[in-house]
Ligand binder design. Structure first.
Ligand code: SF4
Ligand code: SF4
Length: 285
């Protein structure tokens, strides 16, 4: 079963939930798809080894063949090519690798050029208990997170439980992360700001038709606006993690709180079982 942990914005405790939930299961995989800033391993502290590069194809202009006809730049809806009267420029960071410019060029003046945009790493500690960790890491200066996320997800073992830490926000990288998951836990804080971002995240889950429920982090620290919204919208509140100085201290020390507060392992396991019973298939926990 594939369970994504998402939130409308960063800083709500999404990674904490992903790490603690995966540590509460047996033989789970944890996939860190927050590829601009993968943080799961700050808590797991595993040795990681690179297992593959992520590459993408961008256009390379053979300017000696170019007649500056502008067909390529007119075609590119991402403004990744600009044609001047005697000069042509490409902006690889804007390119979505659709290949259209190559197809429309009448002079054969554009060729494919492969560049590395990120890497995938895997935990090497085989004898250790806890989840098998994979993380994607987008190269500095690169903007196309989705191909890196897509590659991380290729390592999902369909016979096991995969916990997927999504990037913050509601843009393309989140859509790529949530595509094909069985269930999405939306993590929020009980504040008006949390509610605002939660509503956007709920919209994404609804558009993608993914069953979802809410986990309220730092419960007791704000107001009841999130719970009222969930009641009005018929969205299940799956769990509340209280505002608790012990949890906050462990977080600040980079320690998953289930490791010192064993009772939470059982709570996360029960959360998983309740989701799996309703939305899962037949994998082991
Ligand atoms: S491959 Fe597509 S997105 Fe990239 S420059 Fe060409 S037309 Fe634009
Ligand atoms: S379509 Fe080809 S020939 Fe025309 S401007 Fe682009 S690269 Fe040059």
């Amino acid at each position: 079963m594939k369970i994504a942990i998402a939130s409308g914005k960063g800083g709500t405790g999404k990674t904490t939930v992903a790490v603690n939930l995966s540590l509460s299961l047996q033989d789970a995989q944890l996939l860190d798809c927050d590829v601009e800033e993968p943080n799961c391993n700050l808590f797991l502290k595993r040795e990681m080894e690179p297992i593959t590069e992520v590459t993408t194809v961008i256009p390379e202009i053979l300017e000696e063949n170019c007649t500056y006809c502008k067909k390529c730049s007119d075609f590119c809806r991402f403004n990744a090519i600009a044609t001047l009267p005697n000069k042509i420029m490409t902006f690889p960071a804007l390119c979505h690798s659709c290949g259209g410019c190559m197809m429309v060029c009448p002079e054969g003046a554009i060729q494919e050029c492969e560049i590395v945009t990120g890497i995938i790493r895997k935990s090497t500690t085989k004898d250790q208990t806890g989840p098998e960790l994979y993380e994607g890491l987008l190269d500095i200066g690169q903007t196309m997170a989705s191909p890196v996320i897509g590659k991380v997800k290729k390592y999902i073992d369909p016979t096991r439980t995969a916990i997927i830490d999504a990037p913050p926000g509601t843009a393309c990288p989140v859509l790529t992360t949530l595509e094909d998951v069985d269930y999405c836990i939306l993590v929020t804080e009980p504040t008006p700001f949390g509610l605002h971002d939660l509503k956007l995240a709920v919209e994404v889950a609804r558009v993608l038709n993914i069953p979802h429920g809410i986990l309220i982090n730092r419960s007791g620290s704000g107001d009841d606006s999130v719970e009222k919204y969930c009641a009005d919208e018929g969205i299940e509140v799956l769990m509340k993690i209280p505002q608790d100085t012990r949890i906050a201290r462990l977080y600040s020390e980079g320690i998953p709180f289930v490791e010192e507060m064993e009772e939470w392992k059982e709570k996360f396991m029960q959360l998983y079982i309740s989701i799996k019973d309703r939305y899962g298939r037949s994998e082991k926990a």
